[in-house]
Ligand binder design. Structure first.
Ligand code: MN
Ligand code: MN
Length: 325
């Protein structure tokens, strides 16, 4: 089972200037071969298909637990894409509909962000191709699967660096800065697992690819918090045997690897404004309010957001921080 927590794993910036062309590129980190849907589904299927779990428990726990973290990564990629698309069509400018998207006509956008969705993330890559289950490798051979996972994390970090280089929107930079650091942890975990199982020392390949994460400004706050050497345990009571594999020195820094015995606290997401004009957010809000009242819920929504368009963007952040701390 998956227990879901309504927080995102890292703090993401509120909407600023829209960047629909950048959002199309960030899609590679969602539905590309080396995207987060691939890491999520590879580890999920490998854990589903894992036989003789009791005989290989630390390795089963490692794969199953990292799968849970990847769920939060696809969520972060979606946050970045949605943030970058916010405000990219300004229909409230009083112009007729034919003019509303004029500014997008010469941009390298993903048309489906507008044609097939409400300016939201899609399970597609940067060329608009849908993610496919063919990207999932689950051979049933543990050494083969772990070696594959090491390679997958290596390719994933490479793609994150490329997206970082191609997009300077603050949401894309915050996303890739965080994911480069976390992907590095998974890469270390799988390398160590292969090493402990076979004696083959993949840790000698680090850093692979040669990304100087410590020189990337958006990586630095996470490295300062030690996030490059910590594996979180994403379950109240399970996956405790990850400590048997995620252990020893970090291959790049020599610091001891650390298992944090709980999920990260997380951050409330920014509540993005309704997409313009083509449905009736005010009416839906009224209906929701009536239903909430009937259900005996309080007037204020129970969910927590970092900021909301209804409350003037970022001004809520501090209030919310008080509420959750
Ligand atoms: Mn990931
Ligand atoms: Mn990963």
């Amino acid at each position: 089972m998956i227990l879901r927590i309504d927080r995102i794993q890292t703090d993401m910036p509120p909407p600023s200037d829209p960047d629909p062309a950048g959002a199309a590129r960030v899609q590679e980190l969602m539905g590309g071969r080396f995207g987060e849907m691939s890491t999520l589904m590879n580890y999920t299927f490998q854990s589903f298909n894992f036989r003789n779990r009791q005989g290989a428990r630390p390795f089963y726990d490692l794969i199953a637990n990292i799968a849970a973290e990847e769920y939060g990564h696809i969520e972060l990629v979606a946050v970045a894409i949605n943030t970058m698309l916010t405000g990219s069509t300004p229909p409230a400018n009083g112009k007729p509909p034919g003019d509303a998207m004029k500014d997008l006509k010469d941009q390298a956008i993903n048309p489906h962000h507008f044609l097939a969705g409400g300016q939201g993330a899609l399970p597609q890559d940067s060329r608009g191709n849908p993610w496919t289950g063919d990207y999932v490798f689950s051979s049933g051979d543990l050494v083969e699967d772990l070696t594959h996972n090491f390679f997958l994390e290596t390719g994933a970090r490479n793609n994150k660096l490329k997206v970082y280089q191609m997009c300077d929107h603050p949401a894309a930079r915050a996303l890739t800065g965080y994911l480069l650091v976390r992907g590095g942890v998974h890469q270390v975990a799988y390398a160590r697992a292969v090493e402990l199982l076979t004696g083959a020392d993949l840790t000698k390949m680090f850093p692979a690819p040669r990304i100087p994460t410590d020189k990337i400004p958006e990586c630095q706050p996470h490295i300062e918090k030690g996030l490059h050497k910590k594996l979180y345990r994403f379950s109240p009571n399970d996956y405790k045997e990850i400590v048997a594999v995620f252990t020893g020195p970090h291959p790049e820094t020599g610091e001891p690897l650390e298992v944090v015995d709980e999920a990260p606290e997380g951050f409330p997401p920014h509540d993005l404004p309704s997409q313009p004009a083509d449905y009736a957010p005010e009416e839906i809000k009224e209906i929701a309010q009536k239903l909430r009242k009937k259900a005996g819920l309080p007037d204020e929504p129970l969910g927590v957001v970092a900021s909301s368009p209804e409350n003037g963007g970022g001004s809520l952040t501090d209030k919310v921080k008080d509420k959750i701390s």
